[in-house]
Design a protein around this ligand. Structure first.
Ligand code: ATP
Length: 235
């Protein structure tokens, strides 16, 4: 079966510094894959390379079997891959609603996600819709970032560290939306430093270390020891 999204031998560099060394990742339709790994492992670089934000080195990114590795970010998004970036990156001068509408700007397709359905998913955003996006709490801002990505009705949603800096109860509220996002048809890649959260939400987990995937498996198949070794490189 053709993967929905696949990287094959993907490499990336920042100037002389090589950040990815031949990364193979596979996401099938309907799946949620989590990428775990310590700070600096290359998780964000992988997301940015897939999204076309960062130019790739040698290696392939295939979406529905088609090479997309050379496409700029806007075209990757137009094909149906949306990113929730690390740090949310809301438009500071825009309201919540305007931030959400920006998400639909680059991809005009019919789908389950519109302003009203995003507001159903995160009702607090409807109450705050005229507030500046950046005036919201961290968790609410993260909801805006997720909602903005959903507004393009993506086939693949890339989520980079959505729980970073948020309180456990807020993280729980945000992840509570994921079953609905999946049910509406998106396949999901999450980058998550919280291993427990990753194991809970994902069908498969890949661990990265120093620019390489060191372990891949279904949560039930992975022992604590394997994850520890893949994460830190030690037993
Ligand atoms: P984090 O959890 O800190 O976001 P990460 O696993 O997402 O970590 P990346 O941000 O992808 O890791 O970083 C991978 C490597 O690339 C790190 O060594 C980092 O220092 C380096 N790096 C990231 N961005 C740049 C940049 N703009 N210029 C130079 N080096 C960079």
């Amino acid at each position: 079966m053709t993967a929905l999204l696949e990287t094959k031998g993907l490499t990336a560099r920042y100037g002389d510094f090589q950040a990815l060394f031949g990364v193979d990742l596979r996401l099938d339709a309907g799946e949620t894959v989590a990428i775990i790994g310590a700070n600096g492992a290359g998780k964000t670089t992988l997301m940015r390379s897939i999204a076309g934000v960062l130019a790739n080195g040698p290696g392939e990114v295939l979406f529905d079997g088609q090479p997309i590795g050379a496409l700029p970010a806007a075209q990757v998004m137009a094909r149906g891959i949306a990113m929730v970036p690390e740090g949310r990156k809301l438009f500071p001068s825009l309201s919540v609603e305007e931030n959400l509408l920006m998400g639909a700007y680059g991809r005009k397709v019919e789908g389950p996600w519109r302003l009203d359905t995003v507001y159903d998913l995160f009702p607090v955003l409807k109450e705050r819709r005229n507030n500046p996006g950046t005036a919201l709490s961290g968790g609410q801002q993260q909801m805006v970032a997720i909602g903005r990505a959903l507004m393009s009705n993506p086939r693949v949603l890339l989520c980079d560290e959505i729980s970073l800096g948020l309180a456990p109860v807020v993280i729980r509220d945000i992840y509570a939306a994921f079953p609905q996002i999946r049910a509406a048809g998106a396949s999901i890649v999450i980058v998550e430093q919280d291993i427990g959260q990753a194991l809970k939400v994902a069908d498969r987990v890949s661990c990265m270390m120093e620019g390489r995937v060191t372990l891949t498996g279904r949560p039930a198949e992975l022992s604590r020891e394997d994850i520890h070794a893949a994460y830190f490189g030690v037993h």
